[in-house]
Design a protein around this ligand. Structure first.
Ligand SMILES: Nc1ncnc2c1ncn2[C@@H]1O[C@H](COP(=O)(O)OP(=O)(O)OP(=O)(O)O)[C@@H](O)[C@H]1O
Ligand SMILES: [Mg+2]
Length: 209
């Protein structure tokens, strides 16, 4: 390829199909990818994302099938406060049992992977529970929502960046760990944090506070 393409070129503002700058194989694909990168995030909220893209797996859900926010309407406001466009920085949910809280947090995870990637930390009370949650709920979340399946490589492929406790995707990584693990929590900068079952957290992770 002899042509040079520079995103700072003033010509890119007025490109047309017969422009000599496009006279090489693969130019169309390159421009498509470039255009995709320029597209702003859709102004979706977490609940709208879940209604549009999320499937509940028979491996983890009492009622498998499409996720519908109207099945648990009281969760809508909470989910929407988790959206990056919402001004809330910290959302605390004090709740009864089995009301759909973890499912809403999982929709938050799906939203981040698909729409607003960044480093995310998801914490369960113990590493053991984090592993179980990953296998039982996060793997099906990714595998059964086509929008997410394309973003996270299958765990089987080598160097996939997909292990039981971490899932890499374009522009971010989901790290899962336990509140009992100082090692798991250390040195982990995160834009998003999802703390589940906080009441069960030990007061101190391995005597490190
Ligand atoms: N909108 C929904 N539509 C259908 N099923 C749902 C919905 N929200 C939650 N569920 C189902 O309800 C059950 C409980 O959900 P979840 O585990 O998220 O609740 P929880 O509040 O985290 O429970 P716990 O108190 O045990 O932690 C699960 O089987 C889940 O799939
Ligand atoms: Mg839960």
């Amino acid at each position: 390829m002899s042509e040079r393409i520079s995103t700072s070129s003033p010509r890119l503002g007025s490109i047309s199909d017969d422009d000599p700058i496009l006279a090489f194989d693969g130019a169309a694909a390159l421009l498509r990818a470039w255009g995709g990168g320029l597209k702003p995030d859709p102004l979706l909220t977490v609940s709208e994302w879940a209604d549009r893209y999320r499937k509940l797996s028979s491996r983890s859900a009492a009622e498998p099938g499409r996720y519908r926010t109207r099945r648990t309407p009281y969760m809508k406001e909470i989910m929407d406060a988790l959206s990056p466009g919402h001004p809330a920085q910290r959302v605390v949910f004090m709740k009864a049992a089995q009301v759909g809280a973890t499912e809403s947090g999982n929709s938050f995870i799906g939203f981040v992977i698909h729409q607003a990637p960044g480093p995310m930390l998801a914490v369960q009370p113990t590493v053991e529970l984090a592993k179980r949650n990953s296998r039982q709920r996060i793997d099906p979340l990714i595998e059964e929502s086509p929008a997410l399946r394309d973003k996270v490589k299958p765990a089987r492929s080598r160097d996939a960046g997909n292990t039981m406790l971490s899932k890499e995707f374009a522009g971010g990584i989901l790290i899962m760990t336990g509140a009992n693990s100082a090692v798991g929590l250390r040195s982990t900068p995160a834009r998003y944090i999802f703390l589940d079952e906080v009441d069960a957290y030990p007061a101190s992770a391995d005597e490190e506070g």
